[in-house]
Design a protein around this ligand. Structure first.
Ligand SMILES: C[S@@+](CC[C@H](N)C(=O)[O-])C[C@H]1O[C@@H](n2cnc3c(N)ncnc32)[C@H](O)[C@@H]1O
Length: 541
């Protein structure tokens, strides 16, 4: 398989199932195009139908595959089949595909499963020229900073170039691709309706550990709708949910969302992401039974203690495990861009440890480290040193907020798989943790988070929780009880009446100065440090 071409040929059994699923709509298509047809498995499936289409066009970039597809085409008796050996991105699908008839058009197939980040690492340019997609709001905005699948490009190309033909487009793709397409198509105001997502077992069919589906949209006039009915498999009649755009945002479960939509707004506090260093083998340490610190290769680390902080990772937060002194992290900077070279004088043992492992730092792949000071880390600021925090794992499907207090008097650091709010006091942390764990808030998260994503909880999502509205809607008694147990967890005695009397306004007011203080740094961080860190560690599928 050639990774550059995202090459996963669709097994014939799956082809048959997809075509049967599409046929169940009662529609008939006299023309079918397969934009990246590979060895022609879909063409073979189409030719086997009781009523095959009159014309089929296939496009394929790899000669060996195109040869096999031509072999399939030759077997056709009644259907005109044309295979073009071409790069799809060099063609205009309206102009460069010649049909002999003009009946209803179906676009079917399975576009490449590869991301732009992976193409980058393979030094491949199996991408359209950027100019081709100029003018597409939203996608353009994403281009410079985020990761995307080549299939997303292909979807948009098909919808735009074939819009006048009013086709049905039904392609196998990652479920995340289907969602992104809904978002982009909405942003670009393209005319789609009657979309559905039918999940398929990508592990079984392609050996790929990813959520995938048959995504089908109708392109054409009338009122566009930017939602898709989601089904658990290709044939069930019972929808599992409706996903799509509400307002301007993509929502996982439109009906569940409607119950909690009032809490969806703008967070009055700033969520932060934990420390990013991409050098875990050197920076992350564990304690042995004698209290010695080791790095991942078992070296005992003896450095200036001022640079060592307790560390929690997403699994610790999710399972509420190891919330005591267990792991530690080296924190060489107190703010973004702080000069690390001074460590040579101020912390010579740390400096010599880090320089002894300079290779690990110079091998950090992400471009955010290029041109930075030695041993630079990201996600660091005044907020990292807050003694109390509310944290959540970004990687787990079930949202669980955890109150975090100091360990041995030191602020706890989180890694970049976690998000947190820095708090000014134990009471504030307990209050906010209890508030965020309210069923209303958890329901909001479940209705907007895409649980099949590698990182279901993101900063962007958390930033949508309007804590003021949330507090106005929670059951105060239940909240009060949760505050009490969070304070107990922290081992803090507090006058609970005082905590409740404080109300959210006081906590939010207390929070504001820190929040404003960090704004500029945060802006830089957001630019450098996109929410979806998958962009930095991306692999195909
Ligand atoms: C996921 S495979 C699917 C193949 C076939 N559609 C199927 O379902 O069996 C993707 C196919 O896209 C082809 N491909 C990748 N980039 C292409 C491009 N720029 N133009 C045309 N075909 C391309 C690959 O060679 C591969 O055959």
């Amino acid at each position: 398989m050639d990774r550059e071409f995202g090459d996963f040929q669709t097994p014939l059994l799956l082809v048959d199932a997809v075509l049967k699923c599409l046929k169940s709509s009662g529609k008939q298509w006299s023309r079918v195009i397969e934009p990246t047809c590979g060895r022609g498995n879909f063409i073979e499936g189409l030719l086997k139908l009781a009523q095959p289409p009159g014309e089929i066009q296939g496009i394929e970039i790899q000669d060996a595959h195109a040869d096999l597809a031509c072999g399939v085409a030759k077997k056709s008796v009644r259907t005109r089949v044309v295979i073009q050996r071409a790069n799809l991105f060099d063609l205009h699908l309206q102009r460069d595909v010649q049909w002999s008839g003009n009946g209803p058009l179906l676009v079917v197939g399975n576009p490449p499963w590869v991301t732009n980040a992976e193409l980058g690492s393979l030094e491949s340019n199996n991408l359209p020229a950027k100019t081709n997609i100029k003018g597409l709001r939203g996608l353009e905005a994403r281009l410079g900073k985020s990761n995307f699948d080549i299939a997303e490009y292909i979807w948009l190309k098909l919808i735009r170039e074939l819009a006048s033909e009013q086709p049905t487009i039904a392609l196998l793709c990652k479920t995340s691709v289907a969602r992104n397409v809904l978002q982009f198509v909405f942003e670009a105001g393209l005319p789609i309706h009657d979309a559905f997502i039918r999940k398929i077992d990508a592990k079984k069919w392609f050996g790929a550990a990813v959520d995938a589906c048959l995504f089908c949209v109708e392109v054409g006039p009338g009122k566009p709708t930017y939602t898709a009915t989601v089904y658990d498999d290709l044939f069930t009649h019972e929808p599992a949910s409706i996903t799509g755009i509400v307002g301007r945002q993509l929502v996982t479960d439109v009906l569940a969302y409607q119950r909690v939509a009032s809490v969806d707004g703008i967070s009055p506090v700033t969520w932060r992401q934990g420390l990013k260093h991409d050098a875990a083998s050197i920076m992350e340490l564990t304690y042995d039974n004698h209290g010695n610190l080791h790095n991942k290769s078992g070296e005992i680390i003896v450095i200036e203690p001022d640079y060592i902080y307790p560390l929690l990772k997403s699994s610790d937060l999710f399972n509420a495990l190891n919330m005591d002194r267990h792991r530690a992290i080296i924190v060489p900077q107190t703010r973004l861009g702080e000069n690390t070279r001074v460590l040579k004088q101020t912390a010579p043992r740390l400096w010599s440890y880090l320089t002894a492992h300079i290779d690990t730092f110079s091998q950090r792949k992400s471009s955010i480290y290029q041109g930075q000071l030695p041993f630079t880390i990201f996600g660091i600021g005044e907020y990292s040193f807050a003694l109390y925090k509310v944290g959540i794992s970004g990687l787990h499907k079930t949202p669980r907020f955890r109150v975090i207090g100091p360990i041995d008097g030191l602020p706890v650091m989180l890694d970049d798989t976690c998000y947190f709010i820095a708090c000014n006091s134990a009471e504030q942390a307990a209050f906010l943790t209890a508030l965020l764990n309210d069923p209303l808030c958890l329901e909001l998260i479940q209705s907007i988070a895409f649980l099949d994503a590698k990182r279901p909880i993101t900063k962007k999502l958390l930033q949508r929780i309007d804590l003021r509205v949330l507090y106005s809607r929670v059951n105060r008694q239940a909240h009060f009880l949760r505050v009490r147990s969070e304070l107990e967890r922290l081992g803090v005695r507090a006058d609970l009446q005082e905590v409740e009397a404080g109300t959210i306004e006081r906590f939010l007011d207390e929070y504001s100065p820190e929040s404003q203080h960090g704004e500029q740094a945060q802006y830089t961080m957001d630019a450098l440090f996109p929410d979806n860190l998958d962009v930095l560690h991306s692999t195909a599928l």
